[in-house]
Design a protein. Structure first.
Length: 389
């Protein structure tokens, strides 16, 4: 059953859980997902515990951190107990990179020109300081996609890690994951998948896809807000990894405060690092829970239908679309250039229609399960009017 808007009724019923939807046309979920109304209450719960229980609050906070990490795990199809919360992707990457020696025969990091700039800066500096080689597969001639064939061809027996995004932040192009995982594993390399732009809007299924290591964060379609990056490592791999960037909670018995060499915590616990960001996890839980409760397949279906409406509407209005036209090859946003995109973007914000602008791309519009088809038409009509001025 669907509403006249084409949405499953449960999705639109949830609009009242996200108060900003009553105040703004909110179409920027690929940048900052809307805040769930329960987030305020959860932050109060966190503060109440601190205020009333003091140090004893840790007895609640530690298990809660693990529960919330597993909510992310559920959203990305990870095996339970294999995901840990970290500050952000940059922080998770530092922990992952500290497991490897870039000076050996397996010393190549294969990535693409379409990947997240922060990750590119990270690997560039790692290679500069610790040796190894960064292999960057360029964009195709269309400037939107990176050919899977070229990426697969760049992977060889010298490859240590294939560090790629599932959904590209600029154009929303979706990686064809299976051949990349297959090529990496055939050559004895590991896949480090950045699923930030994908998590919460399409199935990532890291366990089913045999992804070795997955990183991401919460500010986008997971609607978890800032402060929670995450790292998930395959259970077949995790016990073999020995991170150098550790903290006291990475220890098997942190409260023993041993002074010897670290004895790693079992499994993903070795990547826990130092004292966790408890308020961020409390704030994020309602957003994560909604994604898990709705189910990622249903969200993907709705997302594809709304992004297709945006894409078709943009082409009808004569705009340039810098995202794949095939919904199967696209993530959760569409990048549209109506001409003078920067100015149009500023005028949209003034009208309380929230989208964003990326140089070299255009205006990014990322509807979520709670958006309506009318909201998507509204932004297209406003862009057409503003572009004509
Ligand atoms: C693909 C991707 N990776 C990473 C990030 C952010 O990285 P960090 O969590 O280090 O700020 C973004 C943010 O927009 C992104 O789109």
């Amino acid at each position: 059953m669907t509403t006249s808007d084409g949405a499953h009724p449960e999705l639109l019923d949830r609009r009242s859980d996200y108060p900003i939807l009553g105040r703004r046309t909110y179409l920027i979920n690929n940048s900052l997902g809307a805040m769930h109304r329960e987030t305020r209450r959860r932050l109060d719960d966190y503060a109440d515990l601190w205020d009333t229980e003091g140090v004893v609050a840790w007895n609640t906070w530690f298990p809660e951190m693990m529960r919330v990490a597993d909510l992310v795990g559920a959203a990305i199809g990870a095996t339970p107990g294999t995901t840990v919360l970290r500050a952000n992707v940059a922080d998770a990457l530092a922990s992952v990179a500290s497991c490897f020696d870039l000076g050996g025969p397996r010393h190549r990091i294969v990535t693409t020109a379409a990947d997240w700039p922060g990750t590119h800066y990270f690997w560039t500096e790692q290679v500069r300081r610790h040796g190894g080689e960064l292999v960057v597969v360029p964009y195709d001639e269309d400037g939107i996609t990176v050919s899977t064939e070229r990426l697969v061809d760049a992977i060889d027996d010298r490859t240590l890690l294939v560090s790629v995004s599932l959904v590209q932040f600029r154009t929303s192009a979706l990686l064809d994951l299976a051949p990349v995982v297959d090529a990496a594993h055939r050559h004895g390399a590991l896949v480090l998948l950045d699923a930030y732009q994908a998590a919460g809007c399409l199935p990532v299924n890291i366990a089913a896809n045999d992804v070795d290591i997955c990183v991401g964060g919460s500010v986008k379609f997971l609607c978890g807000g800032p402060g929670n990056g995450w790292l998930s490592v395959s259970p077949r791999l995790v016990e073999t990894l020995r991170p150098a960037a550790v903290g006291w909670i990475s220890h098997a018995t942190p409260f023993a405060f041993e002074w010897d060499d670290i004895r790693y915590a079992d499994g993903i616990g070795r990547f826990a690092g130092g004292t966790p960001n408890v308020p961020a996890a409390y704030a994020a839980a309602p957003g994560y829970q909604a994604i898990v409760d709705i189910g990622i397949e249903r969200i993907r279906e709705r997302s594809q239908s709304l992004t297709q409406l945006l894409l078709d509407g943009a082409l009808e209005r004569g705009f340039t679309v810098r995202s794949p036209h095939d919904a199967q090859r696209r993530g959760g946003h569409v990048t549209i250039d109506p001409g003078n995109a920067e100015q149009v973007h500023e005028a949209l914000i003034e009208r309380k229609i929230l989208v964003d602008y990326r140089p070299g791309g255009g205006i990014r519009i990322g509807p979520h399960f709670y958006n309506t088809a009318d909201e998507c038409r509204e932004v297209l009509d406003a862009m057409a009017e503003l572009a004509r001025r």
